[in-house]
Structure formats: structure tokens, C-alpha cells
Design a protein around this ligand. Structure first.
Ligand code: SAH
Ligand code: SF4
Ligand code: F3S
Length: 482
């Protein structure tokens, strides 16, 4: 992969995009005045919350351009795939979907197909699309998302595919339109990129080097969100515990200090954050979770594997014992804390004893939830070239062994809520049943409850749990707190 440099994106360049947004908006208004029809768009997001947040920004730009939201790709005028490169199956899905769109585009040649996100930062992917999916109109990467309006406009009078991918780390871009739908919960990026180079992972190559946003920009964004009704923010970064390291001395604060600053924002109810890297989590972060009333008692702390020798091969920089010590400390300091994790099965060289170590960590920590992944070979990463790659069938066997333990424990953890009262931020009606409302408790568990209606959305309430399920808690409204 080529050497990376920083590129400066001035505020002027971002303001320039407003010009293109306005131009497309005029075209769309014109069409509406002539025909009474609005053009529509749809975006499918693969991957992590970073991508979800990027998609929100794309959708809010499109909204400002006058596009409505389409319910399906079959009748959308713009279809966007915001892609993820972290595992092969997410990539295969994108290729499959692009194949499907070919026929739709044959019937509606004016439809614009846009592919962006992490997959596009890999040259071989762009080549593949150029070769096999010539019906794609626009490709861009993770570093130049801000340029979307200009790029989209350029596709209008072109039949040829437009490709604009930068192999550089974009400067932190401030002032971008973000999701102005203002729901109850919102993601807030506090940093971009990753410097950790875990040997299996593609993210450092697709998202570039780690860079933090200035605290003032983060605080101002959250205040603005709160003024518009947002009650909960999730602070996002690939490794939030190393927040601040790239900032100038005058702006530099640690992640624990940032949590304490965000906690002071009036009107904000809840603060969550992810992801945390065990090698960088400090006691101060645990104390901040303990002391800050808005910071939820929930820690997503991916351990990947229980075996110290495997962790070394993964370049994770902690041992099994280090990890368990952090968890113990958090359990002591923060009563009622819930844990979640990412777990990887089938890393090259993994033995049955290594899998036992992973299961041992699960049993000791007792995760409320965990994401289990089968190792997937990523081109360009060191692990892809390691010897002793594990055969697929064995990976699946081991995966099932771990999953069984993870599911049993999370079911047991949910049972502990039986008969108890838990605090819920109400999000809306349940998708499955009109008469049931739903939200999350502070431990990030989905709570479905009866006895309430839509007037409770955004409120903090107490629910008594009378039916804990494996993946959610069911109960009845007890009282509205605020
Ligand atoms: N920065 C975050 C993780 C981002 S990727 C962190 O370090 O916690 C989310 C998860 O995907 C990782 O935690 C890992 O478990 C999984 N993952 C990453 N690369 C993978 C690969 N090549 N195969 C399978 N899973 C992978
Ligand atoms: Fe990937 Fe590791 Fe960075 Fe997480 S910390 S994004 S797993 S390289
Ligand atoms: Fe995937 Fe990119 Fe996130 S590779 S996990 S979408 S940072």
C-alpha cells in the first residue's frame, strides 16, 4: 500500500459544496414544478457505526438537494451502497447487489448507482467494479465523502463511470452537514482512522491514520444535537481510549476528560462510546464511567481471543490476564456494569486450546452480549500471509462451540432482570406489535413494554421486567421519571 500523506481540506472547500447542493436542488425543484414528481434516493449501509454515520451525512446532503427517500431500490433514482471491507461476506453481498441492479438499470437508464465506503479504498475492488459492473455511475472513498454533491452533479451529463478515491488521510473535516433528522439518539465521531494495525484488520488501510477532532467541535456538535431534541449520543472512534493524541497541545485532553466534559452538557441524558481497545483503556476511563451520571454502565471492550499467544500474533498488545484485570476493575468500580465484546474465531494458527481460552474469558467476564466473527482473510493484511490458515469447516465448528456459550450466558444475564425495575429511554413503537413500546436500558438492552404510548418517546421511564428473553427484556411501565 502506498505511503500516506495528510491533505488539507479547508472550510472554503466544504462551503463550495453548498453551491452544488443548491444547483441540484434547483434542478429538482424545477422538475417538481413541471411534473409534480420528486426524485428519490436510497442508501444501504454495510459495516460499522462509522459507516452508518457517513450514510446519515450522505442522506442529509441528498435531502438538502431535494430528494425524497425511496422505499425500495426498484423505484429509486439514486441507489447508494456504503460498503464495508472488514469481512469477505460483506464484500460479496455488495457484488451480488450490484449484479441485481444491472437489470433494473437496463429498464431505467437514468438511475444513478453510487458505491462508496471502505471497499473502495482497495484498488483491486475498484478494478473489479470497473471490469464487471460497468453500470455503476460513481465511485468514491472514505476520505472525500464531503465532495459527494460535486461528484454527483458531474455524473448527470456523463455516461461513463466516475471514480474519485484518495489514497490519503483526509484532514478532520468540520462543518459537514450531518443527520438533521434529529432522532432521540445520535452518533458523534470523535476521531477518525486507526493506528493499531491488528494483523487481521483492513480498517487502518481503508480509514487511514488516527486523527482526533478538537474537543470544542465535539461539544458544540452535541450541544446543537441536544438543542434539537437528541437525548443520547454515542461517541465513535476505532479506539476511543487513545482520543486526543493527535491534537495540538492547547486542545489536548484525554478520553476520560472528554467524557467528563460531555457529561456537563445540560439536557443530554445518556452518553455511550465505542470502540475501546483494551491496550489503551485507563483507570480514569473506568472512573469517568463510575462518576458521570450520564455515562451508561456499559462497556464494549473487544478481546478478540482469550489466548495470549494468539493475541500476540494479532498484534493486540495485551494478555489474557491484562484483559481480565480491566474487567475486574470495572466490575468493582461500576456496579451493574454490562459488558459486550467482539470475538474472533479461526485466526491462523488457532488451536483447540486457544478456543478453550476464549471460552474461559467468556465464562469469567459473563458478557451481556458479544459479536462473534469467523476470521476472514483480508488481502494486504499480515495475517493473510500467515501459515496454518484454519479450514472453513473447522472454523465453523469452533464458532458454534463459542456461540453456544455466548448465547447461554447472555440469556442468563437477562434472567437476572426478572422482577427488577430498569431505567429505559423510550425510542418508539415496537416494529412487531403496535401496542408495545420499546427502548434501551442503561446496560444497552432492548426493553419492550406495555402500558405506554408514543407520547413517551424521548422520555426516561422505569419498567418492571416480567419476561426476560434471550435477546430482549419484556415488562410493564411503572413510572415516567422525566
Ligand atoms: N476498532 C474496533 C473494531 C472495528 S472492526 C476495535 O478494535 O474494537 C469490528 C470487528 O470486526 C473487530 O473487533 C473484529 O472482531 C472483527 N474483524 C476485523 N477484521 C476481521 C477479519 N479479517 N475477519 C473477521 N473479523 C474481523
Ligand atoms: Fe482494526 Fe485493530 Fe484498528 Fe480495531 S483497533 S480497527 S481491530 S486495526
Ligand atoms: Fe467496515 Fe470500514 Fe467500519 S471496513 S467495519 S465500515 S471502518
Amino acid at each position: 500500500m502506498s505511503e500516506r500523506k495528510q491533505v488539507e481540506i479547508s472550510k472554503d472547500k466544504i462551503m463550495e459544496q453548498e453551491k452544488y447542493i443548491e444547483q441540484i436542488h434547483r434542478m429538482n425543484e424545477d422538475l417538481f414544478n413541471r411534473t409534480g414528481k420528486r426524485k428519490s434516493c436510497i442508501c444501504s449501509t454495510f459495516g460499522c457505526q462509522m459507516n452508518e454515520h457517513d450514510s446519515e451525512m450522505l442522506m442529509s446532503m441528498l435531502e438538502a438537494m431535494g430528494y425524497s427517500r425511496a422505499l425500495s431500490e426498484d423505484n429509486a433514482d439514486i441507489v447508494i451502497y456504503n460498503t464495508c471491507a472488514v469481512r469477505e461476506n460483506a464484500e460479496l453481498k455488495v457484488y451480488g447487489n450490484l449484479g441485481h441492479l444491472k437489470n433494473i438499470k437496463k429498464q431505467r437508464p437514468d438511475m444513478k448507482i453510487v458505491v462508496c465506503g471502505c471497499m473502495m479504498q482497495q484498488a483491486h475492488v475498484v478494478e473489479e467494479i470497473q471490469k464487471k459492473h460497468r453500470h455503476v455511475d460513481l465511485i468514491f472513498g472514505t476520505h472525500n465523502l464531503y465532495k459527494f454533491p460535486e461528484l454527483l452533479l458531474s455524473t448527470f451529463d456523463k455516461d461513463k463511470m466516475l471514480v474519485d478515491v484518495w489514497d490519503v488521510d483526509g484532514e478532520v473535516v468540520e462543518g459537514l452537514r450531518s443527520n438533521r433528522k434529529f432522532e432521540i439518539k445520535s452518533f458523534v465521531n470523535i476521531m477518525y482512522g486507526c493506528n493499531n494495525f491488528c494483523t487481521y484488520c483492513i480498517v487502518p488501510y481503508t480509514r487511514g491514520r488516527e486523527r482526533s477532532r478538537r474537543p470544542i467541535e465535539i461539544i458544540d456538535e452535541i450541544k446543537d444535537l441536544v438543542a434539537n431534541g437528541v437525548k443520547e449520543v454515542t461517541l465513535l472512534g476505532q479506539n476511543v481510549n487513545s482520543y486526543g493524541k493527535t491534537l495540538d497541545e492547547k486542545d489536548r485532553i484525554t478520553f476520560a476528560e472528554l467524557l467528563r466534559e460531555v457529561n456537563k452538557i445540560e439536557g443530554l441524558e445518556r452518553i455511550r462510546f465505542m470502540s475501546s481497545h483494551p491496550k489503551d483503556i485507563s483507570d480514569e476511563v473506568i472512573y469517568a464511567i463510575r462518576d458521570c451520571d450520564k455515562v451508561c454502565e456499559f462497556l464494549h471492550l473487544p478481546f478478540q481471543a482469550g489466548s495470549t499467544s494468539l493475541l500476540k500474533k494479532m498484534n493486540r498488545h495485551y494478555t489474557k490476564e491484562d484483559y481480565l484485570r480491566i474487567i475486574e476493575k470495572a466490575k468493582v468500580e461500576v456496579p451493574n456494569i454490562a459488558f459486550s465484546s467482539d470475538i474472533m474465531i479461526g485466526f491462523p494458527g488457532e488451536t483447540e486450546a486457544d478456543v478453550d481460552d476464549t471460552i474461559d474469558v467468556c465464562e469469567k467476564v459473563r458478557y451481556d452480549s458479544a459479536f462473534t466473527f469467523i476470521y476472514s482473510k483480508r488481502r494486504g493484511t499480515p495475517a493473510a500471509k500467515m501459515e496454518n490458515q484454519i479450514p472453513e469447516e473447522l472454523k465453523h465448528q469452533r464458532f458454534n462451540r463459542v456461540l453456544e456459550v455466548v448465547n447461554r450466558i447472555s440469556g442468563e444475564k437477562n434472567q437476572e432482570f426478572m422482577g427488577k425495575i430498569t431505567e429505559v429511554l423510550v425510542e418508539g413503537k415496537s416494529k412487531k406489535n403496535e401496542n408495545i413500546m420499546t427502548g434501551k436500558n442503561r446496560q444497552n438492552k432492548t426493553v419492550n413494554f406495555t402500558g405506554g404510548d408514543e407520547s413517551l418517546v424521548g422520555k426516561i421511564i422505569n419498567v418492571r421486567i416480567d419476561d426476560p428473553k434471550s435477546f430482549s427484556l419484556n415488562g410493564k411501565l411503572v413510572e415516567v421519571i422525566r
